[in-house]
Write a protein that binds this ligand. Structure first.
Ligand SMILES: [Zn+2]
Length: 334
């Protein structure tokens, strides 16, 4: 069940790195347990440049993106993988500076009025010392980075769907990306397939669909594990040479990596089925055992993942609940 993660990544914040003749990256200084080392913003093309996911709205970060451009270069397009604020919050500022149009699948799906996750805490598993450290870390995060989650304000200027292509540049520096709809992490998640990165390689910008450092967080109701698994299969049916995720470094053995994700998810599902075979349980009971080896700060996110597994199993008629399916329900086999 072990996944060989790609964790060799030490970005210098704000510095532009040339990854291939047609791909550059600037990493924003917004590291936290969900963004890992921060949001990696890709610049595609030369002269006529597309920015994939501008990232947070930090002034120095937007300046770093613009500073990465040569004197004759302009950002003409802003491509959005999905509507989470660590990807899209910087859109208005970048758009104001460049006049570029945004391309995306559509607005964020419906968001419940109250975060259902508020009903699940793991506070009792943290020592007083750990709680203090977490509080301090939280204080150290700038306010504009604390509002991570769905960006319900974003609306693309240009709506794109699966199979659409977006092009820019000309001659030697012409580029084309194909839109690949990959719902699961969010319902509007898309990946962008660059047909030639300038080195003859097919590069897929995977957003948060497949990342090298972690599995993807699936938060129902907009996040959907059943869709997510299908979207992993979509990647297996393609022949990309490498993936550039938003958080972390390149995934250079893409099929092997995606297959390990599928195996991992099936393993998680089996763990749930086994645990419920012992006794009926709540998500709060299941997470600390299933995610014992994972940073406890991620357990609430893990609760969402377990919930999405249970919803998928429920849809298949393999589990039942004591009432409506919810994060606080008691789940049983059968
Ligand atoms: Zn995301």
């Amino acid at each position: 069940m072990a996944i060989s993660y790609y964790t060799d990544f030490e970005p210098t914040y704000g510095e532009v790195v040339q990854l291939s003749p047609l791909i550059r990256r600037v990493v924003a200084k917004n590291p936290n347990p969900f963004t890992w080392k921060g949001t990696g913003v890709y610049l595609v093309g030369k002269g006529d440049v597309a920015v994939i996911d501008p990232g947070p709205t930090l002034d120095e970060h937007i300046d770093a993106i613009l500073g990465a451009l040569g004197p004759d270069e302009t950002v003409t397009k802003i491509l959005i993988t999905h509507t989470h604020t660590d990807h899209t919050a910087g859109v208005p500022k970048l758009q104001e500076q460049t006049g570029a149009q945004t391309y995306g699948f559509g607005p964020h799906g419906p968001v419940p009025e109250h975060d259902p996750l508020e009903s699940v805490t793991f506070d009792e598993y943290f020592t007083a010392e750990e709680k203090k450290t977490i509080e301090q870390e939280w204080k150290d995060i700038p306010d504009e980075l604390k509002r991570e989650g769905p960006d319900t304000d974003f609306l693309p200027d240009v709506t794109v769907g699966d199979g659409d292509t977006i092009s820019g540049g000309e001659g030697d520096t012409a580029w084309t990306v194909e839109v690949v709809h990959t719902p699961g992490h969010t319902s509007n998640h898309i990946c962008f397939g660059l047909q030639n990165d300038g080195d003859g390689k097919k590069a897929l910008f995977t957003g948060d669909h497949v990342m090298g450092w972690s599995t993807s967080v699936i938060s129902p109701p907009d996040g959907d594990l059943f869709d997510y698994m299908n979207s992993l299969q979509v990647l297996l049916d393609r022949d990309d040479d490498l993936y550039w995720p938003t958080h972390g470094t390149a995934i250079t053995e893409p099929h092997q990596f995606v297959e390990s994700f599928i195996t991992h998810r099936k393993g998680r599902e089996q763990q749930i089925v086994d645990a419920l075979g012992q006794k009926s349980s709540t998500i709060k009971d299941l997470v600390p055992t299933m995610y014992a080896e994972v940073d406890k700060r991620l357990w609430r996110a893990a609760a969402n993942s377990v919930y999405s597994h249970l919803l998928a199993l429920h849809r298949e008629g393999r589990v039942t609940t004591d009432g409506e399916p919810s994060l606080v329900a008691t789940w049983s086999l059968g």
